[in-house]
Design a protein around this ligand. Structure first.
Ligand SMILES: [Zn+2]
Length: 216
């Protein structure tokens, strides 16, 4: 037997039946277990070439992840996932807008994913820039989406990007803010969550260890 994060095995791809049989809590446990393998340096060996044909006719991913664009956060790898396992929406600062909300509704309501993970990460440049009030081109408008988290985060130290504790507090506040926005701005996803069809969870990725710490 394989120890793959998905239900299909290292050279297979999740099927509609396998996806339908997964409960949201089971998907979260698979993601946790996959991250434990990543941290332990024991990623599943995948034959992507062998997986390709099975993925052509459809996709039945178990989860959707809202991540920062940061190159140090290889989303599939940190959960030991492969082709057909995850939808991944990426934007600097891992917030949501109408397009990403639509993508998440597609992932869960249309395509059957059971979990949404809002994934922040340590030492996020977007978070730091929002704290510092950086203004540059389209980055100004983008960072305005994180301002609320900057205002909400608490610290006993300096409210500056040089204060790693404050950056971490803003990062967590931003994840919570994104989850709140999903629930308030997507009635479809809010109803799916209240009905137990999906779970929406937050997490923060630690650059130095590779650990994903789930919030709550
Ligand atoms: Zn980032």
């Amino acid at each position: 037997m394989t120890t793959s994060a998905n239900a299909a095995g290292s050279d297979a791809v999740l099927t509609q039946e396998q996806q339908a049989a997964l409960l949201p809590g089971e998907v979260i446990e698979r993601l946790r277990a996959g991250n434990e393998r990543y941290v332990a340096g024991s990623l599943t060996s995948r034959n992507h070439l062998a997986q390709l044909p099975a993925a052509v006719s459809g996709q039945y991913p178990m989860a959707a992840v809202v991540s920062c664009v940061d190159s140090r956060v290889p989303v599939e790898s940190i959960f030991d996932c492969g082709i057909g396992d995850l939808f991944v929406a990426r934007v600097a600062g891992n917030f949501v807008n109408v397009d990403i909300l639509g993508s998440l509704e597609f992932a869960c309501h249309v395509s059957g994913s059971k979990v949404i993970v809002v994934l922040g990460h340590e030492s996020c440049g977007a978070v730091k820039s929002a704290i510092d009030g950086v203004e540059l081109g389209n980055i100004t408008e983008m960072l305005s989406k994180i301002t609320r988290a900057v205002d909400a985060a608490e610290t006993t130290g300096e409210r500056a990007s040089g204060n790693a504790d404050f950056v971490a507090a803003v990062t967590e506040a931003n994840v919570r803010n994104t989850i709140e926005r999903i629930r308030t701005e997507s009635p479809i996803l809010a109803e799916m969550e209240s009905d137990g069809q999906i779970q929406i969870v937050g997490a923060v990725y630690e650059l130095r260890t590779g650990n994903v710490a789930f919030i709550d």
